[in-house]
Design a protein around this ligand. Structure first.
Ligand code: GLN
Length: 203
């Protein structure tokens, strides 16, 4: 759990309810120990600044390039985006999406909406949006998992990378956290399989 700023405690509490072990990441050592990483909601400008200040931006980009599963919620989704024109600092630039910060204006800067999320069983997911960004464009590699009524994308995935513009950690619904935990498990299985194959080959 990236714990530089934002609502990381709520994510850790939600993961605990799923019996998923989680720890806070602020250092390089902690980053290297993680099998997956959640970037929380908060202030994308602050998180972007602290990623640079803590020397984590490049190492995190390297780990993402070698397959680390990462889920960004809200500000976290902004940090994953390749294009975030409203942010004056570099994002991680790893997900082929364009985000507009604070896209829903002042009057409705917070709202809830029922989302139909592809692959999630058990009916709609109550999305909590707080000064949320909108994903306005997604490249062909992005699997769109959910849209809002205005057509903007609320959840998208590219392989081991997941972005949601809403906050599942602020609801009692554990399904998106369970989805991400499954993505991490899947990746660990692949890594183990790869290791076993490498051992077989070198035997
Ligand atoms: N508006 C915030 C930003 O641009 C995101 C809000 C949130 O993460 N809830 O960083």
């Amino acid at each position: 759990m990236l714990a530089l700023q934002g609502d990381f405690r709520e994510h850790v509490a939600t993961l605990a309810r799923l019996d998923v072990a989680a720890f806070e990441v602020r250092t390089l050592e902690q980053l290297h120990a993680a099998d997956g990483l959640i970037i929380p909601g908060g202030e994308s400008t602050t998180i972007a600044r602290l990623l640079l200040a803590f020397g984590l931006r490049e190492p995190l980009r390297d780990r993402i390039a070698s397959g680390l599963p990462v889920w960004g919620t809200c500000a976290g989704a902004i940090l994953l985006a390749e294009r975030a024109p409203g942010l004056d600092r570099p994002t991680l630039a790893v997900l082929d999406i364009t985000v507009e910060r604070n896209a829903f204006g002042r009057q409705v800067d917070s709202f809830e909406a029922d989302l139909k999320i592809a692959g999630l069983e058990g009916g709609p997911f109550r999305g909590v949006f707080i000064r949320a960004p909108a994903i306005l464009e997604a490249g062909p590699g992005i699997e769109v998992l959910a849209r809002l009524e205005d057509g903007s994308i609320a959840a998208g995935r590219d392989g081991a990378l997941l972005a949601t513009t809403f906050h599942p950690e602020l609801t009692d619904d554990l399904r998106v956290h369970a989805l991400f935990a499954a993505m991490v498990e899947e990746r660990l299985g692949e890594a183990e399989g790869g290791l076993a194959r490498a051992e077989e080959l070198s035997a």
